[in-house]
Design a protein around this ligand. Structure first.
Ligand code: EPU
Length: 440
């Protein structure tokens, strides 16, 4: 039976919450560990299904892995790799596993990796990854749904990305580490996760400059210069942004610890403009609160350091009850407004036209039965349910489990009324049953 969240809205979140390691960083560090022989240990690893999938991908390549959930660490011994194939069965479960393409072509000079295909939020092509690897000298064939890349040797060159793609920047950085000469990525992604990957690789013995800017230069090194390391992942800025949103949405007051506030400046700025209070109380701790009705804002999602697409659905949730009209333009994905029909079912007034959403603030949302369509849309529905009047049920939790570690436990620690239960309730009984306090 599928698990569901049962949420009773209207309780202001209070207290303290700790942010875990960044999903979108740790998955790439795990692939990068394949470059060096020996045992690499990564700390601050969040307990997520995506991490489990990446562990399986890496194990399939022959690396020995150990996941210590207590210590929040992963050990990867990539001394002997026995395969260069990442199978569709795993890549289709998590497109981020496509990152092993860069690591394998770098280390083994051959990679056979399933093409991830589209996903719910958009087409998500990988043409920049392929073209960049070809520019480095790899011969690439696409056959039977797989990318087959081979290179007698890779030679550094200048690569210009049409869009500052996070995944393409990462794959090309990995490929460039062991290429001959310098690889220069122009219009590179500047996300904190890119900087984390560069720091990780440099600690391993790579020579990468400019990560965090639009031009990254990777000076190729020899395999013997790379060595296994111990490394701690950066905090998850999207998890932190999600909790900031939930505290503000419920008119609460709480401290968020283990956050790098500099990674969230754009989002923080927008929240302040809406009327929330955000105070830096220690270098890695923020106090977030909100008493009054928020003001509407307009924004466009953009690559870092612009407004993060991964927090677009969160901000939309806040706009549903803000004063005035807010306009959101989603510029990264074709289909990232899947929370809209669900929010409308809670009473939100949203008009959507292709990649624009016009949100007219209503007085309140009311609880409903809601289905998570993808990770971030799903998490935003949890926030909406926490701020709504009455009770909500949220289905399809497997999406949320991909990116939020013990989400319900952290919300409960802040006083939120949320339970995860393995019960299938017929819609006819629903209204009656979710009003029963035993669910909450
Ligand atoms: N694109 C292309 N061709 C390419 C590569 C990208 O057209 O070869 C397009 C994509 O279709 C998309 C845009 O460029 O429209 C940006 O894609 P990008 O490659 O930057 O994204 P990604 O690497 O696939 C990562 C995160 C996403 C996050 C985006 C943007 C991971 C595992 N995923 O995806 O995170 O939204 O960057 O910041 O790092 C999430 O965590 O919920 C999530 C979806």
């Amino acid at each position: 039976m599928a698990e569901k969240y049962y949420i009773k809205g209207g309780t202001p979140l209070k207290g303290e919450v700790r942010i875990g390691g960044a999903k979108n960083s740790v998955l790439k560090l795990m692939a990068a560990a394949l470059l060096a022989k020996g045992e690499t240990k990564i700390y601050n690893v969040p307990d997520l299904t995506d991490v489990e999938i990446m562990l399986n991908v890496i194990a399939q390549l022959g690396a020995k892995t150990h996941y210590d959930k207590q210590e929040k660490s992963i050990t990867i011994d990539a001394t002997d790799l026995t395969s260069v194939t990442a199978k569709y069965e795993l890549v289709s479960k998590m497109r981020a596993s496509f990152i092993v393409l860069g690591a394998l072509i770098s280390r083994c000079k051959e990679a056979i990796v399933a093409l991830p295909g589209g996903c719910a939020i958009g087409e998500r092509r990988v043409d920049f990854h392929i073209r960049g690897l070809e520019a480095l000298g790899a011969k690439i064939k696409i056959e039977n749904g797989y990318v087959h890349a081979k290179a007698a040797r890779l030679s550094g060159t200048d690569i210009y990305l049409d869009i500052p793609s996070v995944g393409a920047t990462e794959n090309l950085m990995l490929a460039g580490v062991l290429a001959e000469g310098a690889t220069r990525i122009q219009n590179a992604a500047q996300e904190p996760e890119i900087v984390d990957l560069a720091n990780f690789l440099n600690a391993m013995g790579a020579d990468i400059n400019g990560a965090g800017t639009s031009e990254i230069v990777i000076n190729g090194v020899k395999q013997e210069q790379l060595h296994a390391i111990e490394y701690t992942t950066i905090p998850d800025r999207i998890e932190a942004g999600t909790f900031m949103t939930a505290i503000i949405a419920t008119r609460g007051k709480a401290i968020i610890r283990d956050v790098f506030p500099a990674h969230l400046t754009f989002y923080t700025d927008k929240l302040l403009k809406m009327g929330a209070n955000i105070k830096l109380i220690e270098p890695n701790s923020l106090e977030v609160s909100c008493k009054n009705r928020l003001n509407s804002i307009n924004f466009i999602t953009q690559p870092y350091p612009g407004f993060p697409t991964d927090l677009q659905s969160m901000a939309m949730t806040l706009l549903t009850t803000a004063n005035g009209v807010g306009i959101i333009t989603e510029s990264l994905y074709e289909n990232r407004f899947m929370q809209v029909p669900e929010l409308r079912r809670m009473g939100a007034d949203i008009h959507q036209d292709r990649n624009h959403a016009i949100i007219k603030g209503v007085k309140k949302l009311t609880g409903a039965t809601l289905a998570a369509s993808d990770l971030r849309a799903g998490a935003s529905l949890v926030v909406a349910a926490l701020m709504a009047e009455g009770n909500s049920v949220i289905e399809n939790l497997h999406h949320i489990d991909r990116g939020y570690e013990k989400f319900e436990n952290k919300i409960r620690l802040l006083g939120g009324k949320i339970e995860r239960k393995n019960e299938d309730i017929l819609p006819a009984n629903l209204t009656e049953d979710i009003h029963n306090e035993s669910y909450l």
